[in-house]
Design a binder for this molecule. Structure first.
Ligand SMILES: *Cc1c(COP(=O)(O)O)cnc(C)c1O
Length: 381
């Protein structure tokens, strides 16, 4: 990061998330290139990133959004005007479905029973397209909690449960079996999907490849993704959709925190004003170790600290990090890659304040997008 940006970040009140506009634009340019080379539609999976202040910018580059249910669909309807809205949920309520009919372009069902339940109502809406999520029972994800194809998964229809006689009114098929993976995984997945379900593709208008494509990661093979899309599109004469979440805002955000105290218990421990449990739950859930600018793994640089939150959860530890100089109370630290799956998942456990949300603009200045306070804690209880 250049000095100017760093200084801007260091001057902000903490804790705060900072969305890096320039980094988002860089990602969007890659996604737009994929659209241009394939004529596919790229949809932001709002589950990963719903900071709607950026939706007007995002809509200049890609075709729209996908939603996990009513609220995300509604957010897109309100904040990303005149762009496509798709929705998939493992199950819709009657009331939710009724409202979705007024907002969505595509509605995807998780089972034939949901499709049959809503079919009559659905087919009164000629301007909406309906699809089914498949479970090809093939994925290359090691972490069960993020693997839609693990044993007895509820997500998607397996070949055994596929009912070819119930496809009237269905215009597309959807699969989502990847997580932070490359185009080589997609290529192998498509092979399996084709073997199992390929004969039904000829009857479809579209195929949706879901998310989990790490498209904006530096070593991602974008040309292979383009080949995969064009291959399927040409072979079956279908429109292809992809719905990346992470890739839209990958490496495009920070979480700035302040050191509140220094203590010792066999090792040096720093207590900070952010929390893994509250502000970056994937650190505990995935789990993973977020990077801090200027740090190394424990014991690489002279001063090693365990960073923990000011919550009473013993395991609310962000990780062990080493630095070139001792951490002083009041020092600020910058966690990277904090735009995705952070703001959308945070909570006020322990009554901890929510980080504010700042925008780091392309000219290096910052703008406060959102500030939170006591009422945000109280109002939910
Ligand atoms: C989570 C999810 C996405 C987005 O996944 P990313 O890993 O953030 O790209 C897209 N579609 C569906 C159905 C999902 O569940």
């Amino acid at each position: 990061m250049d000095k100017n940006k760093m200084q801007s970040l260091m001057s902000l009140p903490t804790p705060c998330y900072v969305i890096d506009e320039q980094a988002i634009i860089k990602n969007l340019e890659i996604l737009q290139y994929v659209e241009q080379q394939t004529d596919c539609n790229v949809l932001l999976a709002q589950k990963a990133f719903s900071a709607y202040h950026l939706y007007p910018l995002i809509s200049e580059y890609i075709s729209g959004t996908t939603a996990s249910g009513l609220f995300e669909a509604k957010l897109a309807y309100e904040e990303m005007k005149n762009r496509q809205i798709h929705v998939y949920s493992p199950a819709y309520t009657d009331d939710e479905f009724e409202q979705l009919l007024g907002m969505c372009d595509h509605i995807i069902f998780n089972s034939f029973s949901q499709w049959k339940h809503f079919r009559e109502k659905a087919l009164q809406h000629k301007n909406i397209e309906f699809g089914l999520r498949l479970n090809p029972e093939y994925s290359e994800i090691e972490t069960d909690i993020y693997n839609p194809c693990f044993t007895n998964s509820r997500l998607g229809i397996t070949l055994d449960n596929f009912e070819p006689d119930e496809l009237d009114g269905i215009s597309g098929l959807h699969f989502h079996t990847m997580c932070e993976q490359g185009a080589d995984t997609l290529e192998r997945t498509i092979k399996v999907i084709e073997e199992k379900f390929g004969k039904y593709f000829y009857r479809m208008k579209w195929i949706n490849f879901g998310g989990g494509h790490h498209i904006t990661k530096p070593d991602y093979d974008v040309e292979k993704l383009i080949d995969c899309i064009n291959y399927l599109k040409n072979k079956y004469d279908v429109q292809v959709y992809i719905e990346p979440g992470e890739a839209v805002a990958l490496n495009a955000g920070y979480l700035v925190t302040t050191v509140l105290d220094n203590i010792k218990n066999n090792m040096d421990i720093a207590i900070v004003d952010t929390s893994a449990a509250c502000h970056m739950p994937d650190v505990l859930e995935m789990p993973y170790r977020p990077y801090i600018i200027g740090s190394e793994e424990a014991n690489v640089l002279p001063y090693t600290y365990r960073l923990g939150a000011a919550t009473c959860l013993a395991g609310d530890i962000i990780g062990d990090y080493s630095f070139n100089k001792p951490l002083e109370i009041g020092d600020k630290l910058i966690f990277t890659d904090m735009a995705i799956y952070s703001m959308v998942k945070n909570n006020t456990f322990n009554g901890r304040p929510l980080p504010s949300i700042q925008l780091l603009k392309s000219d290096g200045t910052t703008r406060l997008l959102k500030q939170f306070g006591y009422d945000d804690f109280k109002s939910r209880l």
